[in-house]
Design a protein around this ligand. Structure first.
Ligand code: UD1
Length: 415
């Protein structure tokens, strides 16, 4: 079991460049299947989940080449329509390959997706949307089989916002016959990025950034070169790392426009910042105030992905805070680990009450990606040393969190 050691009590200062976005890159890689040709992604993060997706594409018959952070994917000679079961189960994003496979081959098989253990995470909205477009779907032994005589545009209403289901339906619709209207779509930046990418590849999409996307099917897509945006969640993690240490720090290439609610929360607890063309300069000397009530919401609200990291910050605030998790019911999995570090947190349903206190170094275990990052952030403010076991979870989404936090002056070491 690999782990990361953090020495607590050092106020951060220094500069770090923000990596490419995991949640943007994975759907773009899935979208590469739609074009019988070459897709070039610049600024692609070198993280475990991207490598899993790369492996899946390779096993389908794609050729891939890395040059620094540029990933080239050639899908000209794809042979298979079945996503490898072992790889596919490793992450939830594999489900969106179904939309791409149906779009390109009218057929696809994917395993029921895995991913971080943060609640039920059903896929009913994904499958329902694909069915409405004319796919026949069945499930046996944990594998999802989808087939169509040809996808047809239609009106699809999502009863509530799902990032993945919006992306899946979008991928299925770009090569479908006729016009698809997706209503109740997610407006998360990663959906906008996918739309921009598909448009660059020749898709016809209107309403980008709104809750209604109108997609007019085209015959084929073309080769495309695209810049993966920077990771708003990694940027938020380092922002809150600065906050918990009452330090400073400069985040280079932070996607500030996508960080509204995240920066607002930072300001509310006393953090100060200036931004200048992608350079976010932080002053966290007074970031010690509590947060009366933070609620996770769909974008542009506060992201569920940063809930546990922000909770870590609130455990050392000078007053009582509350957080309500509205997206995933199991996103409080890290609470017992934070409690083992001395945090005073009381849970009632989907709301956490965080009382003022101190953190002390401990040996703790990461059980999912962002929760694992939250433990490292907590370790930065703890008295003594913290050791976070199972750091492979953290590496699913952070390219090199030890390098990045070291750039900000932290003493952090991986086994
Ligand atoms: C979610 C987050 C996304 C985050 C990602 C990784 C939201 C809206 N989405 O995206 O920001 O980056 O996790 O942690 O915050 N649901 C269903 N049926 C479905 C699909 C989803 O009931 O078919 C429910 C989920 O249980 C959840 C909600 O819808 O309560 C949002 O899920 P969804 O956006 O699909 O999850 P991800 O795409 O994984």
């Amino acid at each position: 079991m690999k782990g990361i050691k953090v020495v607590g009590g050092i106020p951060l200062t220094g500069e770090v460049r923000i990596q490419g976005s995991k949640n943007a890159a994975l759907p773009l890689m899935a979208a590469a299947l739609l074009n019988k040709g070459t897709t070039i992604l610049h600024g692609c993060p070198k993280i475990a989940d991207v490598f899993v997706m790369e492996k899946i594409l390779q096993l389908l018959g794609a050729k891939t080449v890395w040059k620094n952070h540029t990933l080239e994917i050639n899908t000209e000679f794809l042979e298979k329509i079945q996503v490898d079961e072992k790889e596919g189960r490793k992450m939830r994003s594999s489900i969106i390959l179904l939309g791409s496979l149906l779009g390109r081959f009218q057929e696809g098989i994917v395993p029921h997706p895995g991913g971080c253990v943060i609640g039920k995470r059903p896929i009913d909205l994904h499958l329902e949307a694909l069915k409405q477009m004319g796919a026949e779907i069945s499930e046996t032994k944990g594998q999802i089989f989808a087939k169509t005589k040809g996808l047809k545009g239609c009106f699809i209403h999502f009863p509530f916002v799902s990032v993945g289901a919006t992306q899946n339906a979008l991928l299925a619709s770009v090569l479908a016959e006729g016009t698809t209207i997706l209503n109740g779509c997610s407006k998360e930046p990663e959906v906008c990025t996918l739309c921009k990418f598909l448009k660059k590849a020749g898709a016809e999409i209107k309403g980008v950034g709104s809750s209604q996307l109108v997609i007019k099917g085209v015959e084929r897509l073309q080769d495309v070169e695209f810049q993966v945006p920077r990771d708003r969640i990694a940027a938020g993690t380092y922002l809150y790392a600065s906050a918990i240490t009452r330090g400073e720090g400069i985040l280079l290439d932070a996607p500030i426009d996508e960080m509204g609610a995240v920066l607002q929360a930072y300001k509310k607890i006393g953090g100060q910042y200036t931004c200048n063309s992608g350079k976010l300069t932080l002053c966290s000397f007074y970031a010690d105030r509590p947060m009366e009530h933070l609620q996770t919401q769909v974008y542009p609200g506060f992201p569920t992905d940063l809930q546990s990291v922000f909770m870590a910050v609130l455990t050392v605030a000078k007053g009582e805070s509350r957080i309500t998790e509205n997206i995933f019911e199991d996103r409080f999995k890290t609470v017992p680990q934070l409690q083992a570090m001395g945090a005073k947190i009381e849970l009632e349903g989907n709301t956490a009450r965080i009382l003022p206190g101190y953190l002390k170094g401990a040996e703790v275990i990461a059980s999912e990606l962002r929760g694992g990052a939250a433990l490292l952030v907590a370790g930065l403010a703890a008295q003594g040393e913290t050791y976070v076991k199972n750091c492979n979870y953290i590496e699913r989404g952070y390219e090199n969190i030890c390098r990045d936090l070291s750039m900000l002056g932290a003493q952090i070491f991986r086994d």
